[in-house]
Design a protein around this ligand. Sequence first.
Ligand SMILES: *[C@@H]1O[C@H](CO)[C@@H](O)[C@H](O)[C@H]1NC(C)=O
Length: 341
Amino acid sequence: MKALHVICVIVLTLLTTRLFAQQLPVINILDSGHKTSLRGLSVVNNDIVWASGSNGTVARSTDGGKTFTWLTVAGYEKRDFRDVEAFDENTALIMAVDEPGIILKTVDGGKNWQTVFVDSTKGMFMDAMNFAGKTGIVVGDPLQGFAFLAYTKDGGNTWHKLEGKANKVKVDKDEAFFASSGTNVKIVTNGDISTNQVWMVSGGSKARLIKDDTMFGMPMLQGANSQGANSIDVMGNKAVVVGGDFAHDTVTNGNCVLFDISENNIVFTKPQTPPHGYRSCVVFVDRKHLVTCGTSGVDISVDGGNNWLLVTKQSFHVCQKAKRGDAVYLAGGGGRIARLK
Ligand SMILES: *[C@@H]1O[C@H](CO)[C@@H](O)[C@H](O)[C@H]1NC(C)=O
């Protein structure tokens, strides 16, 4: 009997420890109510965070989200800044979707903005930027069957379009890129900037993974213009892609795949418990912990993306981890900005 008692206590202790270890994080709303849908988010460190969105809006905090400075970029009140890349508390780039394609840069915390890229080509629709140091890429919807691609090597001061033979990303009819969170492209350096790889994900008629110029079909929802892959993140060799169907945002079928970027023949695996609906953004916090969000809620994983736990049904478009730090922020409709605790 005594032995049984001891075993019971041990089992109970183990169970409680496990329960506590799995305690859900809390989503602290830091600000909301501004007339903007935020889809751009860039977290420099635990304290410095920039967000961008529709109605020409940019928000910035330098105190870990306690206070935000909101601004409307003069002359761009009607533009939708779907992505932002911040380098420090003063320096950031913002990218507007639709025509003309525009990227603006500030070096004074958002007081003044310079046009560093403009393209009036008919059909221009830029979706996302990604940076590794000063090297960056911007991806846009296809023009004449090829993804729109431009790169910078000087932190966004000058941009060079990949055209003609330099652009090998040929897409299918009605295959394009989502501009839902500015995260469908990822530069992977593996520590050495000279061996940069560019990974992208597409949606629409096809949901494909694109590595430089090689395309891999993914086992994700695809075939309609609301379906496909929205976001990719990579940590070490591990990669995760999320998406689904934004028109049916509680469908969990085909909304997430995992793979290893070091394999020659990429094998996609589906999570055992997928995120709880369409997700527009995913981010690794570390190799085990991930966060994903979308219009139907936020999920976390504590096992490298194999099982996802719903944290809230509240809508967020984008989540990002501090580039230098561990803070995770989220942003979405109604000017909502939050921090994961
Ligand atoms: C943009 O501003 C207009 C005018 O204030 C407002 O009606 C609209 O809802 C705003 N858009 C968003 C997404 O909040």
